[in-house]
Design a protein. Structure first.
Length: 335
């Protein structure tokens, strides 16, 4: 019980108490806690397995207050709570911040009013009027105590050996839930990133097949296709001499036009990157004839000149006229 001692005493409104000390490896412990991102997303009754644990412990072990407490640098907040309305308290008055100093065993206070470390603590002299406290530290794989599963009573009591063992087991179950949450969150982030990359790199029909039917053979056979590649001639020098905001406006207008042409001519947009735009005609699921791709689309690309006097276009089937020295780079298409 004495492992949490050593902090300088503090005079509260109702008496003396000892705030918890900072752990020697506090920086590493806080970094470990921060790695469990998203823990605060589900702290209510629904969709929170830790809440099921606190409800069950309260019922089985007959404690009015049961908490899953996570100790940060300035506060402790409750991933789950039974019998307590407050979602968090300052770390300076936290019993759990004392408990994490002895990470491999229960931290027990049988009567807080008779313990000089806690007698004047605001959580003892005021709501919730803690008398009995017992916390089981939640240890990660590296041995850092992230917080506790703790039980609280408003009257003094002694913990039986059987109850102590049960609380220790529920503490390990709680930590396993936190680990599971982190793994699920990690996989969700990876899946969302993979889906985003699919949408950026792959044509929409292919991306959807990879997402929903990944075991299918993805390669398709087509009798013939035409690939149209469009970019802006001399884009690097063009971009370096233009105001960035204006450059973004021009590119946005160009890509909007090209996207419209893709839909109009039933082409398949492969990808766009920088000033480059890649589309394909003749794919079976677009219903287009490969020979119409370049012929139908290239003339329309010339309309891009009307978006800005600085932009012109040409296609692979016709040679582009030379621009006067003052003219900007031209859009060129290659099929």
């Amino acid at each position: 019980e004495g492992a949490g001692e050593g902090g300088e005493g503090r005079e509260g409104a109702s008496g003396f108490y000892v705030p918890p000390r900072v752990l020697p490896a506090e920086g590493e412990r806080l970094a470990a806690l921060r790695s469990y991102v998203g823990l605060e997303e589900k702290t209510g009754k629904r969709g929170n397995p830790c809440q099921e644990i606190t409800d069950l412990v309260s019922e089985l072990l007959d404690f009015p207050i049961v908490l899953v407490s996570l100790v940060e640098d300035q506060r402790q907040w409750f991933k789950a709570r039974t019998g307590l309305c407050a979602p968090e308290t300052p770390r300076s008055v936290s019993f759990c911040a004392h408990a994490i100093h002895q990470p491999k065993q229960l931290f027990t206070v049988e009567n807080a009013l008779e313990d000089e470390r806690f007698a004047g603590n605001p959580l003892v002299t005021g709501p919730p009027h803690i008398r009995f406290y017992c916390g089981m530290p939640l240890l990660n794989a590296d041995g850092h105590a992230l917080g506790t599963l703790c039980v609280i009573d408003t009257k003094p009591r002694t913990l039986s050996p059987a109850t102590a063992r049960t609380l220790e087991r529920f503490g390990r179950i709680t930590m396993a839930q936190l680990e599971l949450h982190r793994e699920v969150f990690r996989r969700t982030v990876e899946r969302n990133l993979s889906e985003w990359l699919l949408q950026v790199v792959m044509p929409e029909p292919v991306a959807q097949r990879l997402k929903y039917r990944p075991r299918e053979l993805i390669a398709d056979r087509h009798s013939g296709v035409t690939v149209l590649f469009v970019d802006i001639v001399g884009f690097a020098s063009f971009a370096s001499s233009m105001d960035p905001e204006r450059l973004v406006q021009i590119l946005s207008c160009l890509f909007q036009l090209w996207d419209t042409l893709v839909v109009q001519h039933r082409l398949c947009k492969i990808k766009s990157i920088g000033d480059a735009f890649l589309v394909c005609g003749g794919l079976s699921y677009t219903g287009t004839d490969k020979d119409m791709c370049c012929n139908a689309t290239s003339p329309s690309l010339s309309r891009a000149r009307h978006l800005s006097p600085r932009v012109t276009s040409s296609s692979s089937s016709s040679s582009s006229s030379s621009s006067p020295p003052s003219a900007p780079p031209a859009a060129r298409s290659t099929a």
